[in-house]
Design a binder for this molecule. Structure first.
Ligand SMILES: [Zn+2]
Length: 245
């Protein structure tokens, strides 16, 4: 029965279509992980850049304070009386303290930054590893995808050929049933339509045995055939043109 053959081809095309769509999606979790990690790393790097900018301004501040310290020290050397001397030595002391404090702070921040930098490098390596994995998987997958695409092209050609061998009016019935019921051709086993599980009238079952005409199930409307006549025995494998399909 050419209609059954068409259905078999349609099923194959559908399966391959699904496989072709699902395969690339398999790597989506890995892609998501990678994007998330990359986002975290970018955020950390931005934070580090901010710290670095802050460090730079602090360093500039220290440089300016050193200049001021030098000025205070010359003032101290040039002091002509104890009043000037006391004022200048206080100033020198204050400047020294300010520089010391700022340097202490800067040192702490620098240590933290270099730790972050080391962590960042380690994570960078992890991300790179993940990226390599993804690339490898994508490479392997591209072969599989190409294979499925080839199978799909073949299945589509077989499907088109099968459609060509079915009479137009039946093709219309077939398409309508496929859209409405999911599939159009149903086997009959022991007198029961496997599409809707209704027992066919015995007369109809007898007509099916002759394989001379295309019949439909009175209940679900599917195109029916006796399973034992078309499926298991190898001798019945050869589709016989029955004049109507
Ligand atoms: Zn039925």
């Amino acid at each position: 029965m050419n209609l059954l053959q068409l259905q078999t081809c349609d099923v194959k095309v559908r399966e391959l279509d699904i496989a072709a769509k699902q395969l690339p999606a398999k790597l989506d979790p890995l892609r998501r992980d990678l994007a998330k990690l990359q986002g975290m790393l970018d955020a950390e790097r931005a934070k580090l850049a901010e710290t670095e900018a802050w460090r730079k301004t602090q360093q500039e501040q220290i440089d300016r304070e050193r200049e001021a310290l030098k000025a205070a020290q010359s003032k101290l050397q040039a002091s002509k009386n104890s009043k000037e001397f006391n004022a200048a030595s206080r100033e020198v002391e204050n400047k020294r303290k300010a520089i010391q404090d700022r340097e202490g702070e800067l040192k702490k921040v620098s240590e933290a930054a270099s730790q972050s930098n080391a962590q960042l490098a380690a994570r960078d390596a992890d991300v790179q590893k993940l990226r390599d994995n993804l690339a490898t998987s994508e490479g392997e997958m591209s072969g599989q995808i190409a294979e499925i695409d080839a199978q799909l092209a073949e299945a589509r050609a077989a499907r088109d050929a099968a459609r060509g061998s079915v009479e137009k009016s039946w093709l219309k019935t077939y398409d309508t049933l496929s859209a409405k019921r999911g599939y159009a051709v149903a086997p009959v086993v022991k007198g029961v339509c496997q599409g809707c599980h209704m027992a066919l009238p015995p007369q109809l079952n007898n007509i099916l045995a002759r394989m001379e005409s295309i019949e439909t199930c009175p209940r679900c409307g599917r195109l029916v055939y006796r399973k034992e006549l078309l499926e298991p025995p190898a001798s019945a494998d050869e589709p016989k043109p029955d004049g109507q399909s």
